[in-house]
Design a protein around this ligand. Structure first.
Ligand SMILES: [Zn+2]
Ligand SMILES: [Zn+2]
Length: 103
């Protein structure tokens, strides 16, 4: 089967101009597009865009989660660094002992 005798998947009366490398179906000039140097038929281009949008959304979520995780780690480290000298300053809980002595 050659392209010359193939018909467009959507327009049976038209001769196919190209074959979509993604779904392997034949399409006329109107139904096939060149995107980023790659040939797509209309359904495959729509699917590609939908997948790209999903990928971009997923990557954005992962990036946000990584930034949030890093921020939480940094805050925890700062919090612990601030707590350590306070614990060293009050080793024997003098506040509790002072209140007992006052009674
Ligand atoms: Zn296709
Ligand atoms: Zn067509």
């Amino acid at each position: 089967m050659t392209l010359r005798h193939a018909r467009c998947h959507f327009h049976k009366e038209r001769e196919a101009a190209a074959r979509c490398p993604h779904c392997g179906r034949d399409f006329c000039r109107e139904c096939i597009t060149d995107f980023d140097g790659v040939v797509y038929c209309r359904p495959c281009l729509a699917a590609f865009h939908a997948q790209a949008a999903r990928d971009a959304g997923w990557r954005a979520w992962v990036g946000a989660a990584l930034i949030l995780g890093a921020a939480v780690l940094v805050q925890a480290a700062v919090f612990l660094a601030l707590l350590r000298p306070l614990a060293n300053l009050n080793p024997g809980r003098p506040a509790a002992a002072a209140s007992k002595e006052a009674r």
